[in-house]
Design a protein around this ligand. Structure first.
Ligand code: GAP
Length: 511
């Protein structure tokens, strides 16, 4: 079922110019994707929503655009050379490779789903009088699965903390986790695998030095902390935001744009006084939750998940998970990274990275709270919740209910027929609207077919110019979601459209 939905979204993305497999002409490159004409518009709108929410709406956040290539020592200092590894396991029968931690997490999620199923069954049966707390502590099936989850959690967290690879394998064996392809538990040992891509900088083989494609954009912010703080005369607390590409040699690269080898991140590092980081961590959790929920994809599509194992640099970390077609999975990470990164760069570069805080008359290395959201995952979240096959009286229509401010095309302007001066009137309307919003002129095929085409790419409004328009200066405006059609004056079009589709309408929900 989940697979079906994902397959439909992949097919729809290709058919309507949202996402194509990279290098498709040459049979494709695995886990790399190209964004098509509508996908690029949607992606740019998501970026604009994030950028404006961070940089425009916060006086104390500025944005940068750092290079992808960076000095190789940066990745030594950040810990990526030594510790940016995934624990991998092979199934000897299917020859498929998996992340050991993901196999365990997926098994735990299945147990969770079993509990949820029992709960919703009971909720339906008992209605208003249902006491969830009592049910959880007395129902034998729920208790059995909860015990399994609790015992699993204790072993899993310890194995991750101790970096105990043989224990990870043992958990997989003991939990009877099998390969989804071969169905067997004929597993190899668990091994660590570094995810960074390496390349050469320099013209000749002898003179060339190894550098890495950045696996996160965050380090570009850390190494520019001093530049931005000084040139912008920034006072703590303040943030630096950045949107950009990141590269990871993901071994288990599946599920469309959820896990890619080349992807985009939208990251913000917020520099704070040591000791205040937990307060800021909570504030940023709430802020980011509001940002996601303002999109209107449904509040119950999101949940927080605290990390099982804190990275060596973090003193708090949680994910915002989204209910993707394949279940709840990480969409964004919010991490309290202490002074780890700046201290490491201070040590490795030999340059002093300190902030003199006039309020307490003291110098210190700032602490950092980071918000890091995947652009491609946000794209997938929006696309998968927007996609609907709606049953109408005589047919089914595919409609993308994309949040209007993010829709690739905001308005399609259509002359009813290609003659009698109607295209000219339509083009005049287009000219006025197009200065403010991305619009399309569409005069091919019947009006019905044109509506379906626009529904399929998520266009919030269609405006039709007919013969009557010549007499009364009125047009028909059709709403994507309700399919309601209304006759309105050409003069009122701008305000009707703008109120619904402008980025400011969306941003105002955050204020
Ligand atoms: N600077 C912190 C950092 O990079 P992360 O949890 O590894 O943290 C942050 O990544 C976000 O980047 C994730 O929540 C996810 O949305 C996105 N992301 C990470 N790996 C990805 C991949 N292979 N494909 C697509 N998005 C990815």
């Amino acid at each position: 079922m989940a697979d079906d939905i994902l397959k439909k979204i992949i097919a729809h993305s290709k058919e309507y110019g949202f996402i194509f497999q990279s290098s498709e002409l040459y049979d494709g490159l695995s886990a790399v994707y190209d964004y098509g004409q509508y996908g690029t518009e949607l992606k740019n709108n998501i970026k604009a929503y994030w950028w404006n929410a961070m940089v425009r709406l916060h006086e104390n956040i500025v944005g940068i655009d750092s290079a992808i290539f960076m000095h190789p020592t940066i990745w030594k200092a950040s810990g990526h050379v030594d510790a940016f590894n995934d624990p991998l396991i092979d199934n000897k029968d299917s020859k498929k490779r998996y992340r050991a931690d993901v196999l365990i997490e997926e098994y735990r999620e299945k147990l969770n789903q079993k509990i949820e199923k029992e709960l919703s069954k009971a909720r339906r049966k008992f209605g208003e009088s249902f006491d969830e707390e009592q049910f959880r502590t007395t129902n034998p099936n729920v208790l059995r699965n909860q015990t399994k989850i609790d015992e699993l959690n204790v072993r899993f967290v310890k194995a991750l903390e101790d970096n105990n690879l043989s224990e990870l394998k043992q958990i997989i064996i003991d939990s009877k986790i099998v390969c989804p392809i071969s169905g067997t538990s004929n597993w190899s040992e668990v091994r660590q695998f570094n995810l960074m891509f390496e390349t050469k900088l320099g013209a000749t083989a002898e003179g060339a030095s190894s550098i890495f494609l950045r696996p996160e954009t965050a380090q570009g912010i850390f190494v520019n902390y001093l530049n931005v703080q000084k040139s912008g005369r920034m006072k703590i607390p303040f943030g630096i935001a950045q949107i950009g590409k990141a590269f990871r040699n993901e071994i288990v690269a599946r599920q469309f744009v959820f896990r890619m080898r080349e992807f985009e991140q939208m990251e913000m590092q917020f520099f704070v006084r040591p000791g205040t980081e937990m307060e800021w961590f909570e504030k940023w959790k709430a802020n980011r939750e509001t940002w996601h929920k303002a999109l209107g994809l449904g509040d119950d599509a999101y949940r927080f998940h605290d990390h099982d194992k804190l990275a060596h640099y973090a003193n708090a970390a949680c994910d915002i998970e989204f209910n993707f077609p394949m279940g709840f999975k990480e969409l964004e990470g919010i991490h309290s990274r202490t002074d780890f990164d700046l201290s490491q760069h201070q040590e490795f570069s030999g340059r002093k990275i300190q902030y003199f805080d006039p309020e307490i008359n003291k110098s210190y290395v700032p602490y950092v709270v980071e918000t890091s959201v995947g652009l491609d995952r946000t794209f997938l979240a929006i696309l998968s919740k927007s996609y609907e096959e709606e049953q109408l009286e005589k047919e089914t229509r595919i409609v993308l209910r994309i949040p209007p401010a993010l829709a690739p095309i905001k308005v399609a302007v259509m002359p009813l027929v290609k003659k009698d001066g109607l295209p000219e009137i339509a083009r005049n309307i287009l000219k006025k609207l197009t200065l403010h919003h991305n619009c399309q002129f569409d005069e091919k095929d019947s009006i019905g077919k044109r509506y379906r085409r626009q529904d399929a790419i998520g266009t919030p409004f269609c405006i039709t110019v007919d013969h009557q328009t010549k007499e009364d200066n009125m047009v028909t405006i059709r709403d994507r979601d309700s399919m309601k059609q209304e006759r309105v004056s050409i003069d009122s079009l701008f305000s009707i459209v703008d109120e619904k589709v402008s980025m400011n309408t969306l941003l105002s929900k955050l204020m």
